[in-house]
Structures are given as C-alpha cells and as structure tokens.
Design a protein around this ligand. Sequence first.
Ligand code: WTA
Length: 653
Amino acid sequence: MSIDTSDESLDSTLREDRIFPPPEEFSRAAYVKSLAEYEALYQRSVEDPEGFWGDVAADLHWFSRWNNVLEGEVPWVKWFAGGKLNLCYNCVDRHVHEGRGDKVAILWEGEPGDVRKLTFSDLHLEVQRFANALKSLGIRKGDCVAIYMGMTPELAVAVLACARIGAVHSVIFGGFASNAIVDRVNDAHAVAVITQDTAWRRGGEVKLKAAVDEALPHCPTVRNVVVCRRTGSPVTMQGGRDHWWHDLVKDVPAQCPAEHQDSEDPLYILYTSGTTGKPKGLVHTTGGYAVQTYLTSKLIFDLRPDDVFWCTADIGWVTGHSYVLYGALQNGVTTVMYEGAPTYPQPDRFWKMIDDHKVTIFYTAPTAIRAFMKQGDEHPMRHKLDSLRLLGTVGEPINPEAWMWYRKVIGRDRCPIVDTWWQTETGAIMLSPLPGAIPTKPGSATRPFPGIVPEVVTKEGKPVPAGQGGLLVIRKPWPSMARTIFNDPERYVKTYWSDIPGSYFTGDGARMDADGYYWLMGRVDDVINVSGHRLGTMEIESALVAHPKVAEAAVVGRPHDLKGQAISAFVTLEEGHEPSSELKEELRAWVAKEIGALARPDDMRFTDSLPKTRSGKIMRRLLRELATHGEFKGDTTTLEDFTVLAKLREQDE
Ligand code: WTA
C-alpha cells in the first residue's frame, strides 16, 4: 500500500476544547457508569483478553463450547476455536425460546409509507421457510449466495436464512451497477443471486432484477435467481433459472434446524474498495464476529429490552450487517429498517419516523447530518424527538460544527453522542465513547473499546507522542477482525499486515491527545470517502480508462462541505478526441453506469498529460493540491515534465 504521510490532512487536525460529560441520569442507568469503571474494564480486557472475551461469549448460545478463546499469531488467528454456534439462532431462535417471541424484531417502513412489523416469532418462521427454499435449490453450507436487494424485510430474512444454513452471504449494495454484480459474483463463485423486482427510491424505481439480468450472462457459476416481489413492476423471468420468492416458500416445511457452524466457519464476504484494482472480498467468520458485534452493540448503544434502535445504514455496507442486523438482533431489541431516501417526500422524513416509531437510539453518518443541517432547523424542530436517548455517528470524521448541531437540534442537548470509528475489515466498532462513562469531545471518537489496543505510529512503526499525527494501527488481535481477503491471503497480508510489522494497519491517519482521546484524520492511502462510502481512486480510474475515448486518468479526493470528500478526475484523451463539456458529462455518466452513482466524478479536467515522477508514478499529491486549492504547494522536484503543471493550472483559471 502506498502511504502518503505528506498529506496535509495530517496537520489539519481539529483543536477542540469543549468537553461534555455523560448526563448523570444516563450514567446512573448505563451498563458502564463512570470513567473509572471503563478504565477498570479496559485494563482487565487487555491484561486478560481471553478471560474478558470468554466471559462475553458465555452470554451467547453455543451448541458446544470452544476449546481456546484465542489461538495462533496475527494475522492467522482463531477465536473460540472448536466452538459451535449459529448466528441466526442467536439473533432469532434464542429470543423465541426465552419468551420474547411477541416482541417486534424488525420494524420496517417503505418509502411510500407502508409499515411492516415482524416479531421474533414471525422472523423465526420466515427465516426457516426461506432457508428451506434455499435448500430446495440445492444451496448448501459453504456455498456463496449473492444478495442484491433494496432495504426490505426480505433482505434481512435472506441474510439470516443464509447464516442459518451456513451459506456464505455476499450482499451487494443495491446502488451499485450491474458490473459490480459481475465482479463480486465471479470473485466469490456465488451459486445463486437473491434480488427483487425494483426498489423505491426518491419516488422512482431502482431496477434491481434488470441489473441482475444484465450481469448474469457474464456469471457462469450462478444457477438460480430468487426474485422477491416488492413494487410489482414487471420483470422478465428466465425459465429454469429465476424463481419467485413467494412461490418457493409456499411448499417448503416450516421448520429448518440451524446448522452447527464452527466458530471459524465463514459467515459472509463483503467487498470494499482498496488502493488497487478491484474491490476486495473481506471474509468474516462466525464466533468472534458474533461476540464483538454483540458486546459493542450492548455497551456502546447501551441497549435495553425496550429500545427501538435505528441505524440508518443500508445493509449493503458493513454498518448494516453489524448493527442493523447482527448486533441489534443478538441483543433482542427492535431494529428499524427504512427503504427509501432520507429526505423523501419531505426533508423531515427521518424526524417524523423517529416520532412515529418512538425511536430511542439513532445512528447515522456525518454526511447525512451535514445535509440536514443545511436544510434548516425548522424540519427537525417541527417534531418532538423526545423518545431519543442516544445518538451515534459512523463512516467518516465528524466536524465539530455538525457534532454540536446534532447534539443540540436532534438530541436537544439531552442525548449523549457516540462517534464510532471502525471499518469493514474490523467487523465491529473499535473506538467510541461508552455513553454513560466517557466524556465526549466534538469530533473525537474518544477511547478504545475494551479489548482493542490502538496506537498512533510513524511510517516505521514507532509510537508518536501524544498530540502528534501519525498512522493508526491496532496492536493486538480482536474477535471480529476479517480473517482474510477471499481467495487472496497474500493480498490480505500485504495490504494490512506488512506496512507496520506485527500490527494491523488501518489506512487512517490519527492523533491521540493528552487525555488518550483519538482524533481521526481521514485516509492516508488512495481510498476516498464520499458521503461515508469508501471508493478506491484506482477503481474509478479503471472505469474511466475503459471508455474508448480515454487514454489515461487520475482520480483524487478533495474536501467537500457535505460529502466529506468529492471526486476530482484528471483525464487525457485518445488521439482524435477533443475536450468538451458534452464529453465531460458523457464520462461522468459512464462512471455512474460502470460503478454506481456514488462514484460519479464531481469535477473533471482534461489534460495533455498527467504529472508523473521520473519513474512514471502519477503524482497524486500534486493533483490533490490542485483539486483542493487550485494551486500546488508541495515539492515538485521529482516531476518529469513541469509544463504539465502549468497547463493543468491554466485550465483551472
Ligand atoms: C472512515 C465503515 C472517522 C475511516 C464502518 C475508515 C471514520 C473508513 C469513522 C472505513 C469515524 C469510519 N471517524 N473516520 N467515526 N468511521 N471512518 O469500511 O477512514 O466503509 O477507515 O466502514 O471510514 O469505512 P468502511
């Protein structure tokens, strides 16, 4: 991985003195009630990690107990080796058996306003039926099943049904284009795809089944497609391959025993953007992932039996996996799912939903908060929001202004805020306040979760003193860490475990202050974070050069008020093609079609050549400076051709 510590984001750390102690009333009732209690818990967790995590694991249901809590050396560790469990069983059956069957498990609202509530008993029934439907198609333990759906209750059912029979799910975000399906399905050799006709989004329809149809001629491993009817829009069904969900579940038995999964059996693959080429399929396994999603949900969101927990993430992202589903359901709370756009049909949709459903905990992304902030306080102020008791954020650094707005206008100065830092690779939250225990500072993810040992280091791996920026690493293994990149263990080692020997390298810059609080400063590699979504600049570049008129492309991120980062593209054209604003639009639309709308470049410049070092590497740092400031400040001594810079700058003026 190329690490660019010259990036100025490392210096632009926020200096923030405000501090908010947990509200007394909140602390009194919380699981962890004071800083001293947190510190004692943390101390124990690092002195005796096996004892600590073993105790947590004992809260879950195991068919048979593990032999050792932790085995092996990083990166090849095993958690709870030899233990047998089923995560679907822990999310669903356990609550039914323990008398909570009538409680609402999934509270779903569609974009048109239709509401469905599934109790744990309903979910139990639906998941078993669908698990049997999957089996009737010949799907077995260990098979990979791709899921390409909108946010419907059936999406949750599909994920849990896979977990139940030991099929490895690979959820593909419904906002991705059909190419993304091809890459992901082929990489994981998925044998089936679960999809739906279309999904509602901002009053329009996202044609999910049509995208699957476009992808599948290029996916030789897929034998079956299951189609859930959501909107009723017409779709073409291919005989022998495509099956309606409602037909499949009609004639199957109502009972399907949960497979006894080994703790280290894979639970899912989730693709995420990296610094090179195609997205990588991170593999999460069962036992450790269950334990850490369970405990982080419980302590960070301070979950109580009557909580209504709303994590607004799409299940296509890791946050949806770990917190909409697995973490919340293991804790037996009601989890809210919403199908559509946050501001549709009115800017106050979310606030109305919070009041309608008496949401108690609300967890969303800074980019959404900034967008709400811009729309004006009148929208949330029209609503009571008095059911809320805790707020959370995830996905990117939150600027203190947005944090303060969130606290005041949504939390009414009453609710603590948990700013949670983690990654697809970490599987669960790693840095976050515990809301009853740790005083918060706007913009800081505060302290490590028990059992997590982070450090800020130099490129050489030496700890940097408090107050200085550096690279964020994790020193010790943790239960929910991704175990590998599917089919590419070498890339896993190279990407995460080679830059700083013996440690996991996060790809993020950070600073720890004198109180031991962590301040995240964004990525230090070629990953950009657009509205909380990770995109590899290489991926967008590959899409651009796949266009017949493009010779070369470089993509960088630049700061953006609402999205966190915006995408700037620099493009050189093939002989015979001239720059034009039409071509710009054509290329932007092309990227949206190749990858998905979220990857559409915000701005694009044409250039005769790109600035490169003498060894031929594109000097992204210079392009970043140009995209951000319209000028270059850094060192250009290794630049091959100085006239390139002058030309690029001219175009900007
Ligand atoms: C960024 C999302 C600052 C970070 C769970 C990380 C954050 C990447 C925060 C992972 C936060 C996530 N503060 N930055 N609270 N949370 N990030 O894999 O750069 O989609 O490396 O996982 O998002 O994104 P991913």
